[in-house]
Write a protein that binds this ligand. Structure first.
Ligand code: ATP
Length: 247
């Protein structure tokens, strides 16, 4: 299949040499797709995203089996910075904006791997403000004094400053009011449709994620237990019973 951007094939992840957390996870993300990785607390969603963006080492974790390919190239041994240069960026759970920097300074930190000059970065900044008008209004405010929704938008906006092909979005709905969650997901849809940005999003909010994703994988205890088109998962009785009340 030539349009597969990300191919995760049977990965095992171990933390601290002993704790086996992913027990053979396989998933595919097509170019230009929005794929949801669903499951409860501790299922292994964040670990899967960290494995893809190569952020496991900082957590004393490692991929011990399986492979991860980006457009057919093995990427497990690459550094996080190399992943960013290849167009893969992760937006971490809990937002992680730099509290003492302004919104605009935060956004500009997202362009650190770029080598195409200030004018190009300035164009991307204007584009990001186009998607997030709230950030433009708050551009001079210290992140610490902005709302949770604005900080989540800032974290996504910062990722976009790298002009990524694929964004790994970890629990974008966490801690946000339903209306703001909706606003964030609408922007994800917009970015996907207008920029063809591919998304792999980890979510506990199954209901919301399946409204915006094309395809979903359900992770339980380090294993994929179900996957399918978002529409069919939404209508699946087991999914309704066990997951649609979550989030
Ligand atoms: P949540 O929504 O709670 O973040 P999750 O599905 O993203 O859940 P992970 O954060 O990937 O799940 O965690 C999966 C398992 O791995 C949990 O049992 C967790 O305690 C464990 N784990 C996560 N990070 C580490 C770490 N750095 N060291 C050891 N164990 C870890």
């Amino acid at each position: 299949m030539s349009n597969i951007l990300l191919n995760v094939n049977g990965i095992e992840v171990i933390y601290n040499h002993v704790i086996l957390v992913l027990k053979g996870v396989s998933l595919q993300v097509p170019e230009g797709g929005v794929v949801a990785l669903l499951g409860g607390n501790g299922a292994g969603k964040t670990t899967t995203l960290r494995a893809v963006s190569n952020l496991l080492a900082g957590e004393r974790g490692e991929v011990t089996k399986g492979s991860i390919e980006l457009r057919g190239t093995r990427i497990e041994k690459m550094t996080p910075a190399e992943m960013v240069r290849r167009g893969v960026v992760q937006v971490m759970e809990g937002r992680h904006c730099f509290a003492h920097l302004t919104i605009e300074e935060n956004l500009l930190t997202g362009a650190y791997t770029r080598t195409d000059g200030k004018a190009a970065v300035a164009r991307t900044l204007e584009k990001v403000y186009g998607y997030f008008p709230r950030l433009k209004t708050r551009r001079g405010s210290q992140a610490a004094y902005t709302s949770g929704g604005e900080q989540q938008m800032c974290a996504i906006g910062r990722a976009l400053m790298a002009e990524p092909k694929m964004v790994l979005l970890d629990e974008p709905s966490m801690g946000l009011a339903p209306q703001i969650v909706e606003e964030v997901f609408e922007i994800v849809r917009d970015l996907n449709q207008k920029e063809r940005t591919t998304f792999l999003l980890a979510e506990q909010n199954t209901n919301m994620a399946l409204r915006y994703a094309d395809y979903g994988y359900i992770l339980e205890n380090g294993r994929i237990v179900m996957d399918g088109e978002a529409k069919s998962l939404r209508e699946n009785e087991d999914v309704k019973e066990f997951y649609l009340g979550m989030g």
